[in-house]
Design a protein around this ligand. Sequence first.
Ligand SMILES: [Zn+2]
Ligand SMILES: [Zn+2]
Length: 190
Amino acid sequence: MLPINRQQKMLEWLKQEGVLKISDISERFGVSEMTVYRDVNQLAESNRIIKTPGGITLPSASEQNANQCGYCLRPIQHSYSVQLITASQSVEQMCCIHCAILRYEDKKEEVSHVMCKDFLLQTTITAASAYFLVNAEIDLHCCQPQAIPFSTIDYAKRFQKGFGGVICTFDQAAEIILHDRQKGCTCSKT
Ligand SMILES: [Zn+2]
Ligand SMILES: [Zn+2]
């Protein structure tokens, strides 16, 4: 099992059980406590868990719902955040387009809109009308491969001049990101 898979699993257990002991985690995975500590430290660095004496827990619930990506559980930075709005008007927040695409793929039938923000103007736009710059040479420090939303193709083109990448519609961006999911995705689930 890869560290990323163990970490994802730990987050799942935490959601169900609230707290976990390091010794318990090491037993469940059949790995050393040293290995568990390495995973735990990585999760703690990205604020996805809080360390307690001898164990781990999730950041407080209120913080969690407002600030956590519904897919990869990363803390959400507002400028990149994306909302998935379902037919029943419930809203899920994702950290970036990458996660929005993966989440959308999981529950396509239920989603009525995907709302994102224009990277330059910070205005809210629908993903269906947006243009996305995929694989540009700028690191947003969120999930890879990344897609940057723009409200007009003109903005996307100007940005592409400086940072390269490919201009896509939402569907085309989804195709690239789903294709790359097997290789370098930083938040793939087991
Ligand atoms: Zn995410
Ligand atoms: Zn992300």
